[in-house]
Design a protein around this ligand. Structure first.
Ligand code: HEC
Length: 173
């Protein structure tokens, strides 16, 4: 038994050592695999370019998009609490290629934002940007993916780098 527990504790030590040197890594895909049960930010499927900042990303102008916020992010997104979003906030965006793909519930492309502990990624105001449901392609700090995503999301700096907020939708009414 002893010979088994010793290597295990070494593994745990090594693992926690890893965690402390790279704090800019948020949770794995388990944290958002039930996202479709979360609150939705957008009142109806989003298409076209309502913010004027879409360019050709998130599957472009014809795409149908749905945005979900976890229970940590929801009070801020809905306007009940002030920005910024607290640590642990997760926002998942589904992009369907077009209306037909949305109606047929084809597997959407996922892009995700996760709020990391304060100070983890000053360059992105502690947002981690993730591309793909499996969470393998992710970026913080000055990484290419983070710079790409955050560079555009800077247009929404006043609402903690998120476009799809209750305030935004109420202005459109
Ligand atoms: C060229 C600009 C641009 C780039 C680059 C971009 N986004 Fe967005 N993103 C938007 C816009 C505009 C919205 C608002 C929703 C819409 O119009 O579909 C949005 C919405 C989102 C949302 C929902 C929350 C919100 O801000 O409304 C998430 C999550 C998201 N993007 C993640 C990402 C990730 C991850 C990347 C990089 C892989 C990325 N975005 C790159 C423009 C961009």
């Amino acid at each position: 038994m002893k010979s088994l527990t010793a290597p295990l504790s070494i593994m745990i030590l090594t693992f926690s050592g890893c965690m402390s040197t790279s704090p800019s890594q948020g949770p794995t895909a388990d944290a958002w695999n039930n996202y479709s049960t979360w609150d939705k930010a957008n009142p109806s499927p989003q298409t076209g370019d309502p913010t004027g900042f879409l360019g050709n990303v998130h599957q472009g102008l014809l795409a149908y998009r749905e945005i979900y916020v976890n229970s940590t992010a929801a009070p801020v997104n809905s306007g009940a609490r002030p920005f910024p979003y607290p640590e642990g906030s997760i926002i998942v965006k589904e992009s369907y290629a077009n209306q037909a793909a949305h109606s047929a519930k084809e597997t959407p492309e996922l892009t995700i934002m996760v709020k990391l502990p304060a100070g983890s990624s000053p360059e992105t105001f502690d947002w981690e940007y993730i591309m793909g449901a499996d969470g393998m392609n992710r970026g913080t700090g000055t990484s290419g993916l983070a710079s790409f995503c955050h560079g555009c999301h800077t247009a929404a700096a006043l609402t903690d780098f998120t476009f799809s907020t209750a305030a935004f939708y109420s202005q459109r009414r």
